[in-house]
Design a protein around this ligand. Structure first.
Ligand code: GLA
Length: 388
């Protein structure tokens, strides 16, 4: 079997630097069709794993020391497992966060060597960080034969993001990176963690990602702020209705009655989330019925909510969505992921894809002064061992 060029590359680097044959794991990035900023509010999401992924090669070292090599960053990081781990800057923190979680949960590890490389664009809203965490936890689970079930792998990766990267993310990105399935989206209920695979039948339509090339590294603070604003909304309703525990339990009427009179800003944030959950359920029906026009309209509505009510968009994302909105060949578009930069996701008629990429790239550079990068996303399976 032909090895993916990244797998081949990390294998070569591993063998040049360490003894023995490593385990190789790939864990993908994701798109999300609809359902944004709903996951940490116990709502629904509709992501799919894509053909861009992080790859790691890992093997045991002879002692408690770990050597981590990043090919993307051309850096080496050394750490010993004999002392407590702490967050560090940049890429090693995602790996250390996973190791820290494993140790705190009582899993017995010893030193290992790891080479990492990926092609998920960083800071583009495609879950590059989750793919690093998931590749790491999947690989260490195999290497040390820890027998951790999938849902716990997901939880470990998510908590690594909370504790070491400092982003209080929901569960969507890590979930899809581990459990994604080619040609399918997952409809995940982030409250019960029940999920269904739905076939992604797009009949002549491509998923095109347009990258603003605005990296959203600053997003973490505003991201966490939005999360807190949602909790404040829940608290306001809870004062009147003590059994309410999340925005999932809250209707637009409850918000109007108990939140709007007290805090307009919080009301606006919460209304977006409550409406997005309703929109997602309708979008799922549209997808099942092959009604992609209706699905596309819902994506535009999501963008408007994220931009005007939830306020996690930016001028570059708004420009890209506004630019395609009147084109009949583009069925739907919206900003995707945490926001403040990254990509828009567009449903585009196949025969128009090339023209769209060229013409949008030109106007984007003319008006925004930045380069536009485009990817045509295809779906892939979640985390897996790479056999060689
Ligand atoms: C980021 C987070 C996810 C989710 C999205 C917004 O990707 O990691 O948990 O909250 O933003 O939908």
């Amino acid at each position: 079997m032909q090895l993916h060029s990244i797998a081949e590359n990390i294998l070569k680097t591993y063998c040049e630097n360490f003894d023995g044959s490593p385990i190789i794991v790939r864990s993908p990035g994701r798109v999300n069709i609809i359902g944004e900023h709903t996951d940490y509010n116990e709502g629904f999401v509709l992501p799919a794993a894509i053909d861009k992924a992080t790859y790691v090669a890992v093997g045991k070292s002879r002692n408690n020391n770990c050597t981590l090599i990043s090919i993307n960053y051309n850096e080496v990081f050394e750490v010993s497992l004999s002392a407590a781990l702490a967050p560090v800057k940049d890429w090693p923190t995602y790996i250390l966060g996973v190791v820290d979680q494993l140790i705190k949960r009582g899993y017995r590890l010893h030193g290992f060597n790891l080479v990492i490389q990926g092609d998920v664009p960083i800071g583009a809203g495609l879950s590059s960080s989750a793919s690093v965490e998931c590749a790491t936890v999947f690989a260490l689970n195999e290497l040390f034969q820890l027998h951790i079930p999938a849902l716990e792998l997901i939880d470990i990766a998510q908590k690594a993001e909370h504790t070491f990267a400092g982003v209080m993310c929901g569960v969507m990105d890590q979930f899809i990176s581990i459990l994604g399935k080619k040609d399918h989206v997952i409809k995940l209920d982030c409250r019960s963690m029940e999920y269904e695979y739905e076939p992604l039948q797009l009949k002549g339509i491509k998923i095109v990602l347009l990258n603003t090339n605005v990296k959203h590294s600053l997003a973490s603070t505003a991201y966490n702020k939005r999360r807190n604003e949602c909790s404040e909304g829940v608290e306001l309703v809870k004062k009147k209705m003590p059994r309410i525990n999340s925005l999932r339990d809250i209707t637009p009427q409850m918000l109007q009655q108990y939140v709007e009179p007290i805090d307009k800003n919080i009301y606006q944030r919460c209304r977006y989330v409550v409406e997005e959950n309703i929109r997602l359920l309708e979008a799922c029906d549209a997808l099942k019925n092959g009604d992609l026009l209706s699905l596309g309209q819902k994506m535009y509505a999501t963008h408007d909510g994220l931009s005007k009510e939830y306020e996690v968009s930016c001028k570059e994302l708004d420009f890209l969505v506004d630019h395609v909105r009147s084109l009949p060949q583009v069925l739907g578009a919206r900003m995707m992921g945490g926001g403040f930069g990254g990509c828009t996701i567009n449903l585009v008629k196949e025969e128009f894809v090339e023209e769209l990429i060229i013409s949008t790239g030109n106007v984007y550079t003319q008006y925004i002064g930045k380069e536009l990068t485009a990817y045509i996303a295809s779906t892939e399976d979640g985390a897996s061992l790479v056999h060689y």
